[in-house]
Design a protein around this ligand. Sequence first.
Ligand code: ATP
Ligand code: MG
Length: 207
Amino acid sequence: GNRFDHYDAVMRVGIMGGTFDPIHHGHLVAASEVADRFGLDQVVFVPTGEPWQKSDVSVSPAEDRYLMTVIATASNPRFTVSRVDIDRGGPTYTVDTLRDLRRTYGSDAEMFFITGADALSKILSWKDADDLFSLAHFVGVTRPGFDLSAEHLPTNTVSLIQVPAMAISSTDCRRRVEAGKPVWYLVPDGVVQYINKRGLYRKVGNN
Ligand code: ATP
Ligand code: MG
């Protein structure tokens, strides 16, 4: 059976934060690998809130990013999506995400914040960096094009793991759609269809 009996075990929750504009197979593989390696019961995908008006016009509406994340994760029984960052509004700070999810899952839950090599190196510049490490364990995953290192980060709360290399970024997916190039197999089929249905990432507003 499972390593953890649900009635007496501490819940182990992975948290995958991102803009998810759009969600792609790099995000999904990272979450799946960390779930396997750390015996997670669940991975919660948390799309970021809408940036303050006009601060970054290039980010798609939160509801589109939320729905693409739901579509991409729906078939995995261990994957869920949280609206905490979207509903809080404004720019997202990871410390707020972790505090809200700590309230949701309770003080006993073990939380694992999953982050790619590019984001990991910036942690110390995040809001309330000192509190971050008391709220969750941090798992840095490899990402092509970035060095994975936890230099200057507390070694007892940060783990580094290797995941299958997916040279995919949301930025590249958006540029491909804009240029009329395919994103099939970079993002889940349902996400390709949603992008087309909503006409996302096209310079001219109509599909
Ligand atoms: P953008 O190009 O818009 O920044 P992105 O592809 O970097 O998009 P984000 O939503 O910014 O995606 O990333 C969310 C999290 O997923 C970050 O921690 C990021 O490092 C990680 N991540 C994104 N793509 C990959 C990938 N291909 N492999 C491993 N981790 C990834
Ligand atoms: Mg990014």
